[in-house]
Design a protein around this ligand. Sequence first.
Ligand code: PEP
Ligand code: MG
Length: 590
Amino acid sequence: MSGTPPVEEIYHGIAVSRGIAIGPTHVIARGFTAPDVYEISEHAVTSEQERYLKALATTQKQLGELQKRMEAISGREEGLVFEAHSMILDDPGVTQEVLRAISERRQNAEFSFYAVMQTYLESMRRVSDAYLKERTIDIEDICQRVLRNFSSDDLPENALDQAHLLVTYDLTPSDTASMDRSKILGFVTESGSFNSHTAILARALGIPAIVGIGNAVLETRALAPAIIDGYSGTFIVYPSEETTAHYRALNKERQAARKELETLRDQESNTRDGHHITLSANIEFTHELDAVREHCAEGVGLFRTEFFLLESSEHPDEEAQTKVYTELAEGISPNQGIIRTLDAGGDKLSAEPLPEPEPNPFLGWRGIRISLDRQELFKKQLRAILRASAKGKLGMMFPFISGMTELKSCRKLVQTCMEELDKEGLPYDQNLEIGAMIEIPSAVLVADELAKEVDFFSIGTNDLIQYTVAVDRINHRVAKLYRSSHPSVIRLIKMTTDAAKRAGIWTGICGEMAADLHLTPLLIGLGVDELSVGPRELAPVRKALLSLDFSECQALAEKALTLSTAAEILELSRNAAYAAYADLLGENSI
Ligand code: PEP
Ligand code: MG
């Protein structure tokens, strides 16, 4: 670029995954939007047709690579979805129609492709078959990909092969899970929130990320030099030399601090006065077990199964599931791996196409409700978990429990599966721990009853907060009302730990709140026995635990329970956190 250097542009959003990334931007616009349309001359017809075929070939190649990557991450079944996508592009009828449209209409290739696909999509939307209707989303996804591959023609050669910062409207959890870390150094999205599954995955994969930057897509130029500061949520486009040097130095400093922190990994997670807190990890894929072992977690406190169960069009059968759960059992041995049964619906992947959208998915067919309505599917998962429990220490827990009837139905099905396995002579661990997730306020209010049926509680604060304060966890408009230190939330946590203690069972927290270092003193004081956090959060949380005094935390929690606002409670806990480990917080967070 010549002339005066562009002025530094600074944007602020929500920092959701720590780290610094420096590189050129790659901007992707939202949705399947119409490309520009322009007339072409008769001479240009052949070259336009070639441009289309090239974009098609590039897309097919990308889909093949995505399929391989997904298979490597989570098995053959997941990869098949991309094979199905690729088949849509292979349809010779569609290709011929686009080629004909280019020559007959004399319009540019991308618009001709767009127009043909719109007609297809519209006819699919009008049929009553629910499965076909669902597939329109897949087709839109592919069309966007093809259109993006047209636009990449305008970029300097190999521009997108170089590592970049992704700037986009939103990302689905599967977009995030399939990201190539060597190409995508970090991402910025306009939409999203700290507790969305995309943010959770970014943290698990260690990708610096910022969400909630309004207009980032509209305002950011493609291929502009930029910096993502995933600590403070600052996105800087056209950084000055000084700014870039500052961030390079900061990056080095943080990496050194993290190395230092990791020297503590062999230490037991006890408070200064010797109170033990189990420190476990949350994972979505078994390949994350390497990181879990590296950071010496005491187990897996939450294995979210929906990613591997739902990302392919066919539900994995019992054998395929047993294989994955056995990987967990063997990989985490001699510690325990807790498998959460399918948690679909709401903001997550859907378990099956619905005839019409739910009017209120967050209060709809989700979590355990689906499993109990699809018992054959549920039993497959239960049997697979039980069979894998013969190979290592596994536990299981049920998501979205609202009361006793559901929990009893789950237990009954587990019992049926055990009896079946007995008859078939297949071994399993008769003492495997069974737990209930506590993520709906009604479950807390009947926790004394639920505690009689289970070996542990695992508090899913991500959902518990949203259902308590009635704030959608992924809606950035109300993000400031989503307060984990809300007095109602901490009272519910205390009621849960009290009920568990009365029944002699343990309580963990597996929501993102477990990794919020400002709140560690409060959570410990509220009597939680286990914290389960993303693999990268293990090191800082361990250090925080080692720096705290349990009796002081208990006194702090007592005081917090008398306060009436989220801000006061946060301040109280934050002060204690700063007094114990200021080196991990604020400007110093690693
Ligand atoms: C939670 O709700 O806190 C939880 C751990 O589950 P998920 O984030 O998968 O809903
Ligand atoms: Mg939940």
